[in-house]
Structures are given as structure tokens and as C-alpha cells.
Write a protein that binds this ligand. Sequence first.
Ligand code: GLV
Ligand code: MN
Ligand code: MN
Length: 411
Amino acid sequence: MTANQQRIEQHIELLSRFTATPGAGVTRLTYSQEDLQARNYIKEKMVEYDLTVTEDGFGNIFGKLEGALPDAPSVIVGSHFDSVPNGGAYDGAAGVVVGLEVAALFKENNLKPAYPLEIIALVEEEGSRFGGGLMGSRGMMGLLTAEDFKTLADKDGVLAVDAMADISVNPANEKKRDPKTIKAFLELHIEQGPILEETNIQIGVVEAIVGLTQLEVTVQGQAGHAGTTPMDRRSDALVSAAHIIAALPGIASGEGQGTVITTGRLNVFPNGANVIPDKVVFSVDIRSGKEEHVLNAVRKVEELIVQQDGNGIRTSIEQQLYIEPKELDSSIRSLLKEVSDHLEIPYCSINSGAGHDAMVFSDYTACGMVFIPSKDGLSHCPEEWSDPGHLADGTTIIYEAVKRLTEAKTT
Ligand code: GLV
Ligand code: MN
Ligand code: MN
């Protein structure tokens, strides 16, 4: 193992310890104590690598190395540092670590960029605490207003601003980032699927990212006694929800073209074994590479849900996120391929079925992503793993691309 491979592995290992579920994967919800521990670690490393550290009003972390050109836009490298519940050590963290390693290499090699280099660690990409997802990037780009943010709460009713205050991050910090201050955004990410491993190619240069939407569905019924209420006099919210959820795979396969639909979160109220459920709230995540399929699937899902209305059941749907498929910047894609060729690292082009902050940034700046293989194609689970050698190769590609984009020179 090379020295920088070791350093990368160590960052991944140490960050993975900041979990609310030790022994059962990484659970690092935004503004939790584990967020604070990871935040402190990332900031400490940024300082060690001579970066100037700031946090914005959403708690996104920035480490900046000034460039020689006055007021020039930054080349930003990084990813998110939150996780799904019981997720893995690499989703998001790998990209943050690559950012840290690029900064370390700039320092070790006495590189001075003309354009500033910024390493970024974003909050709440997964939406695991506050719903929707891509919150850090959407916030930075002004797509989440300060007003919306003030009322944003988690499932227990804890306001995002209060949770932030608990870990001493200041919601009054500057929120919006002027897109003119960004020259490019680069992110390394694990593939989270089986393609690179199956084709035995260690690098994927991302062409496009799927369009996706997340709905939050509420089914309202009537609570009652499980023993005394006859079956024909019930308005059981969970039975209605189950009808809806069971029909979702059929809608996805009927739409075809790689359309996928998932219910991954479901809360039953009051959640007592002998109480007929009066309320069920669940998520519906719909994705496809083509926007028309996402839109068709949304329409069909809405029709399905409305069919449950009546007999004491009322449904409602809130769209928490909608983002169309995004193509990444063609000149950055070419640059990443050219650099990989130069380094003699095999690569292929690939599309992303997962959502990424680059989807948001790509409307404002030139974005590029590099994927590395995921063992057994697994992600969003404790088994998630990627090879340190692949991570090191991905880092070298990002580092070389960043040197060119920042026009870095040895001092
Ligand atoms: C993030 O991992 C997403 O694709 O939802
Ligand atoms: Mn994820
Ligand atoms: Mn991710």
C-alpha cells in the first residue's frame, strides 16, 4: 500500500467510527453528535493541509486554498458527509476523503493554484433526517430559501435550526453561494451498483445522472380496537398503504426503461399491536434516466393513491424533491478521460442511478464525477466496500484534473 493509499484508508476508517449504530453500519444524521464528530475531524484535517475553513448557514464545510489570481472562481472538490440509516463507510465519505487527499498532495508537492482550490463537505445529501435530499447543495444554490429552512423539521419535530445550534453551527452564516465564484465541481463517488465490478474496469467517468423525485404520502384512517372492531367497519390506514405499496413494482416495470420505484421509509401511527392504525406516512422514490418516465410514473402513482380515498380513508401527497436527469459537463468528462489515459488507468463511461449533489451544481457550473467499483454492487448498507487501490487511482485522476483546472504550479 502506498503512503497516500494508507492515508485515504485511515480517513475512511476514522470517519466510519462516527456512527450512531456501532457494529451495524454508519448512521450519521445531519446535525447529530456524529455529524459534529465527523465535522471536527474534517475541519482539523483541512487546517492540517493549510486550508482556510469556513461553514455556511446550512453547515456545509469549506476548506480553501487561495489562488494567485485575484477574485478568481474556485475549483471545488468533495462530496457529502451524512449517511443513510445503517449505511456504509464510503457513500459520500469517499469523495470528502479524496478532497482532503487532493489538498494534502497540493501541500506536499508545494503546488500554488492560480484559481482557488476548495474542498467541500456537504450536509444532508441523503435526506435521511429532513427529507428530500440534496439539501446542502440546494441550499447553497438558493433553491432552499432561508424561510423554508427556518421551518424545516425532522420526523420528531426538531427544527433544523435548533439541531444546528446544538452542535454550535451558526444558521446566521452566509447561506447563498454566488455561482460566479465557482469554476468547476468534481466529485469522486462509489458506483453503488455492479457495472464496474462486473466489467472489471476500475474507473467510471459519469455521463449523466438519473432524474428522480421523492413523494411523501400520508394515509389517514380511523384508529380503533383490534379485537372489537368488525372487519367491515374499519378504516385501516396501514391496509390502504399496503395496497398502494404492493402495486408500485408493477408501475415501475410497466413503465420500463430502467424506471425504479421504492418505498424505503414507513411510519405507522400509533404503532400499537392491538390498535388499528389511523395514520401511515411513507416515502415513494421514483427514478429513471429519461424525464418522461419519471413524470409518467408519478402520474400513475398519484392515480393509484387517490383510488384509496373513501370509506374513511383520506390520502395526501407532498412532493419533497423533483430533479430532472442531468448530463455532466462534456469538457470535464473529456478532461477526466484524457487524464486517465495519461495515467494509463482503464476507464469507461457510465450513468448514475443514484442522486448526487452534482445534479444540483450542474445547473450553475461545470461538473464532473468519477466512480469507483462497489464490492458486490452493494451500497446503502453496512457491507458497502470499495478497494483502497481503486480509491487511490480515483484520487490520482481527480488530483491531476484539479491541477489542470486550477492551473497549479510548483513554488
Ligand atoms: C442518494 O444516495 C440517492 O441516490 O438518493
Ligand atoms: Mn447515498
Ligand atoms: Mn452519496
